[in-house]
Design a protein around this ligand. Structure first.
Ligand code: FES
Length: 196
């Protein structure tokens, strides 16, 4: 004969599971509705303060970037801003391509970064020469490289140009960690991309 305490506990667990599944489905539906309501324009907006950083929708299902994704000294991640209210990923404007990386501790200290930020920094991923995507990584020097005309930028020194024809550094984007997410806290430090 079943123990009635166990039966009740089992029922409570089942109910809790059902409740959680129902709430999760409701939350997803609400987010999808809100995203539809936000319209395609929201996906083209420039990064907004409060936006969260996530992968592109074609990579890791567009999930939010977490601290464990960022290894010190590793190649930058290509990320996009995501509206926290609607869940819209602002990936329909290429100037929203953002490079997110974690500096080596010595580089972060030399750059005068706040230790609370754990050396995580973000820059525009669009070259200041002719607006190609800065998509390559020099692992030996830990520089980001534009494949179009080989401009090279040093993230440990405010993404300044170290070689090639680019006329200026990649604009930086202020970000802060909030729990296990990264959030944009202000605008780019300068114009993104090539001069008009
Ligand atoms: S567009 Fe990047 S170096 Fe020319």
């Amino acid at each position: 004969m079943p123990n009635s305490d166990h039966t009740h506990e089992g029922r409570r667990r089942l109910l809790r599971g059902a409740l959680c599944a129902s709430m999760c489905a409701t939350m997803s539906a609400v987010l999808a509705d809100t995203a539809r309501a936000a319209g395609p324009e929201a996906a083209k907006l420039a990064p907004q303060p409060g936006d969260e950083l996530c992968f592109a929708s074609f990579e890791h299902d567009g999930r939010l970037v977490q601290p464990a994704d960022l290894e010190p000294g590793a190649a930058p991640l290509l990320v996009y801003p995501r509206d926290p209210a609607s869940g819209v990923i602002r990936e329909r404007s290429r100037i929203n391509q953002i490079l997110l990386l974690r500096l080596m501790p010595d580089d972060a200290a030399a750059a005068g970064l706040d230790a609370a930020g754990e050396g995580v920094i973000a820059f525009s991923g669009i070259c200041t020469h002719a607006a190609c995507a800065v998509s390559e990584w020099n692992a030996e020097l830990r520089h980001v490289v534009c494949p179009c005309h080989a401009s090279e930028y040093d993230p440990a020194h405010k993404a300044k140009v170290v070689s090639g024809p680019a006329p200026r550094a990649l604009p930086s984007l202020p970000v802060a960690r909030r729990d296990d997410r990264y959030v944009i806290t202000g605008p780019f430090s300068g114009a993104v991309g090539a001069p008009a």
